[in-house]
Design a protein around this ligand. Structure first.
Ligand SMILES: Cc1cc2nc3c(=O)[nH]c(=O)nc-3n(C[C@H](O)[C@H](O)[C@H](O)COP(=O)(O)O)c2cc1C
Length: 150
């Protein structure tokens, strides 16, 4: 049985897109190292105001990872949207994928009914997972194109 936890938090990392991306790179590299050790997969969505993350794996590992993340000073007010057992992983191949909200992916947010400002109280874990899967697919298609072009 796979446990899946979805939470959101306030991004308190100030700065421009570039420094936000640098910060994300740090978070994602630590996450990939720890999550591959702990059997955790998932996806991290963020903009200037919010982080929204899906964590999935063994329940005890998901809980301890979430507890560690929630204490991280790069965000505040981590709020669990949902924590439940699911049939299988939604992100089996991602020890932690990350997607910053950029103009390039605006259309994907709109398709999911999310306007310019995310209202996290209106999110559900199902909506978050569906959005994250589309962002992941966009990212994979982009990488594929870059490979073909190089
Ligand atoms: C929004 C956000 C998401 C994070 N996600 C993860 C994660 O999925 N896995 C993880 O190990 N650390 C994650 N971190 C980082 C942890 O808070 C912590 O810095 C890290 O696990 C410490 O790893 P270390 O002891 O190996 O340096 C996240 C941090 C933030 C701010």
């Amino acid at each position: 049985m796979i446990h899946q936890l979805v939470y959101y938090s306030r991004n308190v990392v100030a700065g421009n897109d570039r420094s936000m991306l640098m910060n994300l790179r740090d978070i994602v590299s630590a996450s990939q190292r720890n999550n591959s050790r702990d059997g955790i997969t998932g996806f991290l969505i963020f903009d200037k105001t919010w982080f929204i993350q899906v964590l999935e794996g063994d329940q005890a590992q998901v809980s301890s990872t979430y507890t560690r993340i929630a204490r991280d000073p790069r965000h505040t007010s981590a709020t669990i949207l949902d924590a439940r057992n699911v049939q299988g992983r939604s992100f089996p191949n991602w020890t932690m994928g990350g997607a910053m909200r950029t103009p390039e992916v605006e259309e994907i947010y709109l398709q999911h009914g999310i306007g310019s400002f995310i209202d996290p109280t209106r999110l559900t874990s199902g909506k978050v997972v569906a959005l994250a899967l589309d962002l992941q697919a966009f990212d994979a298609a982009k990488r594929q194109t870059q490979r073909l072009a190089s």
